[in-house]
Design a protein around this ligand. Structure first.
Ligand code: MHF
Ligand code: KIV
Ligand code: MG
Length: 275
C-alpha cells in the first residue's frame, strides 16, 4: 500500500497519482481490481448514493458506515475518508474526537477536510502531530455550497487566486500530506502545484496537478444524469445496466427465465409431498 513518503516520491518523479471515489463494498472491489493508487470515500456519497441535493446532510456515522464497507472491499488500497459538514467546526475537542472515530473505526490511511479556516489549519496540525494523516481540499469546497452560491470555478480573480495560493501553503505547512484542488483554472492549479512539496490531486484543475480524482459514478455513468464539465466518462453503466435489467424483466414475463440450468431438480421424486 502507498505511504505518505511514496506520495511525495511520486510527485518528485512526476509519476501521476490516480484517485477515485468508492462508497461501498462492490465499488471498492472494482476499484482495487483496477489498480488505482488511492481511494476516496467522499462525502459526495450523500449526493451520489443517498440522493441528497448536497453533501451538507451527510453525518459522521454515514461516513463510518460507508468507509467500513469500502475497506472490506479494498483492504490493500490507501483509503482517504472525508470528514463531513460541520464535524470539524464546533470545537477542537469535537473535531479531534470525530477524526479519531472515522480514522480508527474505518481503518483509513488518512482523513480529508475542506478549506483553510482557522479550525481547519489548527486541526490539520493537531491531527498530524497525533498520527492521523490529513489530506486538504481547496478551491470549490462543496460543503460551503450555500456560501459560495453554487458549484462554480474558484480563484478566478487575482485576489482569490492569491488567497488560494496562500491557503495552500498554509495547510501544507501545518502538515497536510496532499491537497485536493477542485474546480480551479488550470494555470492557477499549476502554480500551486509548483509551489508545494506535497502532491496536488486535481478535479477540474487541469493536467498539471500531481494526480487526478473523479467520482466513481461519473466515470462509469452509473445513476448520475448530468455530470460536471471536468468529468470524462469511460463507460455507460446507465445504458448497459438498464438494458440488462429490461431483458431480465421481459424474460420473466415471457417465462424464458429461469431455464433448467438455473433450477434444481429433486433426486428422488418419491420424496415429493402430495397435495
Ligand atoms: N456526481 C458528482 N460528481 C462530483 O464531482 C461531485 C458531486 N457529485 N457532488 C459533490 C461535488 C459537487 N461537485 C460539482 C458539482 C457540479 C459542478 C458543476 O456543475 N460545475 C459547472 C461549472 C459552473 C461554473 O463555474 O460556471 C460545470 O459546468 O461543470 C461542479 C462540481 C463536485 N462533486
Ligand atoms: C469530489 C471529491 C474531491 C470529494 O471531496 C468527494 O467526492 O466528496
Ligand atoms: Mg468531499
Amino acid at each position: 500500500m502507498l505511504s505518505r513518503l511514496d506520495l511525495q516520491k511520486m510527485k518528485h518523479n512526476k509519476q501521476k497519482i490516480s484517485m477515485i471515489t468508492a462508497y461501498d463494498y462492490p465499488s471498492a472491489k472494482v476499484v482495487e481490481e483496477a489498480d488505482v493508487d488511492m481511494i476516496l470515500v467522499g462525502d459526495s456519497l450523500g449526493m451520489v448514493v443517498l440522493g441528497y441535493a448536497s453533501t451538507v446532510q451527510v453525518t459522521v456515522d454515514d461516513m463510518v458506515h460507508h468507509a467500513k464497507a469500502v475497506k472490506r472491499g479494498a483492504p490493500d488500497t490507501f483509503m482517504v475518508v472525508d470528514m463531513p459538514f460541520m464535524s470539524y467546526h464546533i470545537s477542537l475537542e469535537d473535531s479531534l474526537a470525530n477524526a479519531q472515530k472515522i480514522f480508527q473505526q474505518t481503518d483509513a490511511q488518512a482523513i480529508k477536510i475542506e478549506g483553510a479556516s482557522t479550525e481547519a489549519l489548527l486541526l490539520t496540525e493537531r491531527l498530524s502531530e497525533a498520527g492521523i494523516p490529513v489530506v486538504a481540499h481547496l478551491g470549490l469546497t462543496p460543503q460551503s455550497v450555500h456560501v459560495l452560491g453554487g458549484y462554480k470555478v474558484q480563484g478566478n480573480d487575482s485576489e482569490a487566486a492569491e488567497k488560494l495560493l496562500q491557503d495552500a501553503k498554509a495547510i501544507a505547512e501545518r502538515g497536510a500530506i496532499a491537497l485536493v484542488l477542485e474546480c480551479v483554472p488550470k494555470e492557477l492549479a499549476s502554480i500551486i502545484t509548483n509551489a508545494l512539496t506535497i502532491p496536488t490531486i486535481g478535479i477540474g484543475a487541469g493536467i498539471n496537478c500531481d494526480g487526478q480524482v473523479l467520482v466513481y459514478h461519473d466515470i462509469l455513468q452509473y445513476g448520475v444524469s448530468r455530470v460536471p464539465k471536468f468529468v470524462k466518462t469511460y463507460a455507460d453503466y446507465n445504458s448497459t445496466g438498464i438494458e440488462g435489467i429490461r431483458s431480465y424483466v421481459s424474460e420473466v414475463r415471457q417465462e424464458s427465465f429461469p431455464k433448467d440450468e438455473h433450477s434444481f431438480t429433486i433426486k428422488n421424486a418419491d420424496f415429493l409431498p402430495t397435495d
